[in-house]
Design a protein around this ligand. Structure first.
Ligand code: ZN
Length: 370
């Protein structure tokens, strides 16, 4: 929802204070902006993009949810609340599930109001933003911690809260530091069809929202995949893989999906897709219009591919293996079920790239997942 900046009640109070002849008491906190609001004919504040209504050039990061404040007028949006108990003040807003976002500021999130200012039911805070605050993801005095959305406990985000330390090294932290759009979610255990004895469970489940570093992800047929469910560690591997591809001009990755609570076809064993740490890659679209697919361009059983597409695909899986991005990489050389995609996953303890049956491509324990 776009935010329209209007004069809030705090601003009107300020205007009243400015227009009165009474001097401002010495202990009255000054608003953060230095310039006085412009007042029109009828005493109504007049937005002037070059003046007080555009704080960014003079005071970047001030005037929206999560920004410092001394009074609500510093927050510059309708319904603003300045939580003065937080370090340097904290611009917030009462919310029920969602909060507005504004360009130039960190994305927001609605958490339990008991956590900040006692807002009811929820309080708007900013999500951790490692692009803006590389060290902690938050401004000084605040730490980056996971919190659930108020009224929607299955959605978790990393948000900035006062008085907490940013934990370091957790998977969610590392993912946030990579600057990709995602949310931590909870996923109940599930059971594959016909197998109540087997349990599908995702470790640290997240939902990624492409594009990832400018690279889009879509189904093999080109239809968009705005939500990609994955284990957090798999999301890290996927970002690394996307970076590898982007560096070679790929702008879109075509895939067959990630999480899927199912057994390996013809067996009673869980697929790695049931753990959310696998993805099936169908093909790659380049910025110059080239489009290579595993089905159309991979040169089966050939260690010296001759076509540009065959060479690209062959080199890609070898690079990913050498960089240890994935523990299992299955190509069309593995079996007929993989004729049209690369299956990559994070099977613990495996180191496998199947290119030649069990011949030269064999690099570790036999895979048993697809
Ligand atoms: Zn697969």
């Amino acid at each position: 929802m776009p935010v329209h900046i209007r004069s809030g009640s705090g601003l009107l109070l300020l205007l009243l204070a400015c227009e009165s002849a009474e001097p401002v008491p010495p202990d009255h906190p000054e608003p953060l902006q230095e310039q006085e609001p412009v007042v029109g004919e009828r005493g109504v504040a007049v937005p002037d993009p070059g003046d007080v209504w555009d704080p960014l050039p003079a005071q970047p990061g001030r005037g929206f949810i999560g920004s410092p404040c001394r009074e609500a007028v510093d927050c510059r949006y309708e319904g603003a609340v300045c939580v003065g108990s937080a370090p340097e003040g904290h611009c917030s807003l009462a919310c029920e599930r969602f909060c507005p976002d504004q360009e130039g500021f960190s994305i927001t999130f609605c958490i339990d109001g008991a956590e900040l200012g006692g807002l009811d039911p929820g309080a708007c805070v900013s999500r951790c933003d490692f692009a803006r605050f590389p060290e902690r993801g938050c401004r000084s005095g605040y730490g980056c911690v996971p919190r659930v959305r108020v009224n929607e406990g299955e959605i978790t985000q990393l948000v900035c809260l006062p008085g907490v330390e940013t934990p370091t090294g957790t998977c969610l932290e590392r993912l946030a530091q990579l600057g990709v759009d995602f949310e931590a979610v909870s996923r109940a255990d599930a059971h594959p069809s016909g197998h109540p004895e087997l349990t599908c469970r995702i470790e640290d489940p997240v939902v990624l929202h492409p594009p990832i570093h400018g690279v889009d992800l879509a189904y093999y047929n080109g239809s968009p995949t705005p939500n990609i469910t994955a284990a957090c560690e798999m999301a890290l591997a996927l970002v690394d893989t996307v970076d590898d591809l982007a560096a070679r001009g790929v702008r879109q990755v075509l895939h067959y999906g990630t999480y899927n609570c199912r057994v390996i076809s013809g067996t009673s064993r869980l697929s790695r897709h049931a753990f959310g740490d696998a993805i099936d890659l169908y093909g790659f679209v380049f910025t110059d219009g080239r489009r290579y697919t595993v089905e159309g361009d991979f040169e089966d059983g050939d260690e010296s591919p001759e076509t540009p597409g065959g060479q690209f695909l062959y080199q890609a899986v070898h690079r990913w293996h050498d960089a240890e991005l994935w523990s299992i990489i299955l190509t069309p050389n593995y079996n007929a079920a993989h004729d049209d995609h690369f299956h990559v996953d994070l099977t613990p303890g495996s180191d496998f790239l199947q290119l030649w049956g069990l011949g030269p491509g064999y690099l570790g324990p036999a895979p048993f997942n697809d």
